[in-house]
Design a protein around this ligand. Structure first.
Ligand code: ZN
Length: 434
């Protein structure tokens, strides 16, 4: 008697819209018959060559210039498909940046931690145009749910620099796919390290490769925790500090508040960030928010448990202060005695030299006579750790994505580099000998 190989009669297909050979947006779709499952919905680029898009740019204009991929049945201007769900791995813009264009009747699912942060971001105006309460549903970890008649998904926690970051396992009647989302592995991490155990060995593993570079594939570094690295480095700085962070990394806020407490400094956040500090209950006596006249008073009005500080007060006490400065607010620094201060770039935007705006930032720091210190901690696992993860998952086929050189990662069995715009039947990806 021969047992039929279910893969051979596969009705499941996979298609990639974004995330190949880039660390920009990720979007891919798994389809079983007419049931559709879309993983992540990231912005492919925010600001191509520094060009600012008009806020009223239409969806079709955005599609014409490639900001929105040619994806049908889910956008506000589309006649929507009944059988489609969008699942979000975590709340970085390269994974959710296009959600604002999604039709309000398309369900969006994410982890509980992600949904909590998403609601707060919505409140401070960062994730507009999505009716969070109606459209976004949270999914508990380790609990398989059916998103349509035949497609099941289960979320698993992973370590990354955003709260609620998740990997997911997608099961259709003929295949099992695991998508890591973005991951890192630190000394004390449990979540990412446990993924092979809890998610098992899939047919297809889709894995991020942000830090995969040839020279690092052999070196398995011990990566200390974000907290250990940053607090020690911050305590060594004796000048006033101006810091640029990405406030979706809630852990980073906690670390900065703790370091400032140990250094006996006031730490001053922009109102949006202070709102998040309050929402995640990290207020402390030495925490303030900057009250600038022209700033959005709507957000200041929502802050009740953190004291404001004015520019005049800041000017007087600047030697005792650590001040947040996002790049889009950098002109505020012209009104403060920042000469001689240390500008701590800690994974804020612009992230690095691959962003054309980064040079402008360097010019500002120079003009304001501050000293630049880059104190970042990557949110992504080292190359050797990604390789360890792929090897441990033992997928029949590994698809590396979300990196500039995904081809450097070889899975334990087959590795496949997909192209955008092609619909791959799963049976075509899984070798017969499997
Ligand atoms: Zn990320």
């Amino acid at each position: 008697m021969t047992v039929e190989n279910p893969i051979k009669n596969s009705n499941t297909t996979i298609q990639f819209y974004a995330g190949l050979k880039t660390i920009g947006g990720t979007i891919f779709e798994i389809k079983y018959k007419d049931e559709r499952f879309i993983a992540d919905f990231g912005m492919i680029f925010q600001n191509k060559e520094g060009v600012q898009l008009r806020p009223q740019t239409t969806i079709s204009e955005l599609q014409a210039i490639g900001v929105i991929p040619p994806i049908s049945g889910v956008l506000k201007t589309d006649e929507i498909d009944e059988n489609v769900t969008i699942a979000i791995s975590h709340l970085h813009l390269d994974h959710i940046g296009l959600l604002q264009y999604v039709h309000p009747d398309v369900p969006i699912i994410m982890s509980e931690g992600s949904k909590t942060l998403y609601e707060h971001l919505h409140t401070i105006g960062e994730e507009p145009n999505v009716d969070v309460e109606r459209q976004v549903k949270s999914v508990p970890y380790h609990q398989p749910i059916l998103v349509s008649e035949h497609i099941q998904v289960e979320f698993f926690p992973v370590n990354h620099d955003a709260p609620g970051a998740s990997a997911m396992r997608i099961i259709t009647p003929d295949t099992t796919i695991v998508y890591t989302g973005d991951v890192r592995l630190h000394e004390a991490d449990i979540d990412t390290a446990n993924l092979p155990k809890v998610a098992g060995s899939p047919d297809l593993l889709i894995i991020e490769t942000t830090n995969v570079q040839e020279e690092f594939l052999d070196v398995n570094p011990v990566i200390p925790s974000e907290k250990d690295v940053l607090i020690q480095a911050l305590l060594k700085i004796d000048t006033p500090i101006v810091f640029n962070i990405y406030h979706r990394n809630i852990k980073r806020l906690e670390i900065l508040i703790e370091a400032a407490r140990q250094k006996e400094k006031l730490i001053v956040f922009e109102p949006e960030t202070a709102y998040l500090v309050q929402a995640f209950q990290m207020e402390a006596p030495h925490v303030r928010f900057l009250q600038v006249e022209q700033s959005d008073s709507r957000i200041s009005d929502l802050i009740h448990t953190i004291q404001p500080i004015t520019l005049a007060e800041l000017n007087r006490d600047f030697s005792q202060v650590w001040l947040q400065s996002s790049y889009h607010h950098i002109t505020t620094l012209q009104q403060l005695p920042v000469k001689g201060a240390t500008y701590v770039h800690s994974n804020g935007v612009p992230l690095g030299s691959f962003d054309p705006v980064y040079n402008e930032l360097l010019e500002w720091i120079d003009k304001l006579e501050m000293e630049l210190v880059v104190l970042g901690v990557s949110g992504h696992a080292a190359a050797a750790q990604i390789k360890w993860l792929a090897d441990s998952m033992q997928a029949k086929v590994t698809i590396p994505l979300h990196g500039f050189t995904p081809e450097l990662l070889q899975g334990p069995y087959e590795t496949f580099l997909p192209e955008t715009g092609i619909i791959y039947p799963i049976f075509a990806l899984i070798d017969e000998k499997n």
